[in-house]
Design a protein. Structure first.
Length: 90
């Protein structure tokens, strides 16, 4: 998930980043795309809106805001989990 140091910075879409919202970064999906992000371990999910580009780390497909990550993670100290993505609206 995004580090708190990014709060208030501009995203690639031009919006201000807020770690307290349900947003995400994806390399190719259009800004405004709604995604259902599910943790397959506990079946918890969140609906997020793509408003940024990234992640720029190999083998990672999505970056979640801290609020979105904490809502679905069992391991809140790791910073990353495997998830299932479903496009709800492009």
């Amino acid at each position: 998930y995004y580090h708190d140091k990014f709060n208030g910075r501009k995203t690639a879409s031009g919006e201000k980043f807020d770690n307290n919202l349900y947003t995400a970064a994806h390399k190719t999906l259009k800004f405004g795309t709604k995604l259902k992000v599910t943790n397959p371990i506990n079946n918890q999910f969140v609906i997020v809106t793509v408003n940024d580009r990234g992640p720029f780390v190999k083998n990672r497909e999505i970056d979640l805001s801290k609020k979105a990550f904490m809502a679905i993670s069992n391991h809140k100290l790791t910073g990353f989990i495997n998830v299932h993505l479903e496009v709800l609206k492009e």
